[in-house]
Design a protein around this ligand. Sequence first.
Ligand SMILES: Cc1cc2nc3c(=O)[nH]c(=O)nc-3n(C[C@H](O)[C@H](O)[C@H](O)COP(=O)(O)O)c2cc1C
Length: 206
Amino acid sequence: MTRILLLNSGPHSEASHGYKLATETIAAAQIDNARIIERDLVHSPIPPIGREYAMAITSHTPHDDQAFAWSERLIVELEQSDMLFIVTPMHNFTVPASLKLWLDYVIRINRSFNSTPHGKVGLMQDRPTFILVSSGGFHVGERAKQLDFLTPYLRYALASIGIKDVHFFPLEGLVFGPEAVSKAVEEARLQLSAKLSAALATSTAS
Ligand SMILES: Cc1cc2nc3c(=O)[nH]c(=O)nc-3n(C[C@H](O)[C@H](O)[C@H](O)COP(=O)(O)O)c2cc1C
């Protein structure tokens, strides 16, 4: 069985270009025995970080304490996946608040990473991770007129818990009309389906 966790973190939920591309590509790959768990971080929001969690994370609070209930739920959901898809818009040059909040619950000391004299060491098993990044303008290459803090930040944040097999697929120029949207989606579709096929071939071989 291939267990896929699909996080959707933008305000357009199922209407988002990134979400549609992710679900279409997963369906087209005809993965044998796939189980897809979807979490829409905007439509079904997780609560903001409160004092209870902030206190627990900085003290020796047991993992089964109520303060960690949301964190545990999200970490276990991630642990129980073989592949991770993250659909995210760029919001003001970085990840949207909904995805940042998910990271704040999932990146947890002594649970998903250990702190060592050499820095953080991730405790999560690595897995193929596909990140679809939608932007109204351009954020990659020569056409980009804005800095991209999303890609390096998300790569670093996921690596801190051990998720390093990470691939980014930009969908850019989405405010420039239907033609620009189709071009962006088709370019990303080709890259995403190739990477997904390669990951599935590797997982079947091993
Ligand atoms: C609050 C907010 C901030 C945004 N910031 C940026 C930005 O910094 N750069 C950019 O290119 N587009 C920005 N956009 C445009 C969105 O990235 C774009 O509309 C969205 O990704 C559409 O993709 P989707 O259909 O896949 O959700 C912003 C949109 C909103 C709502």
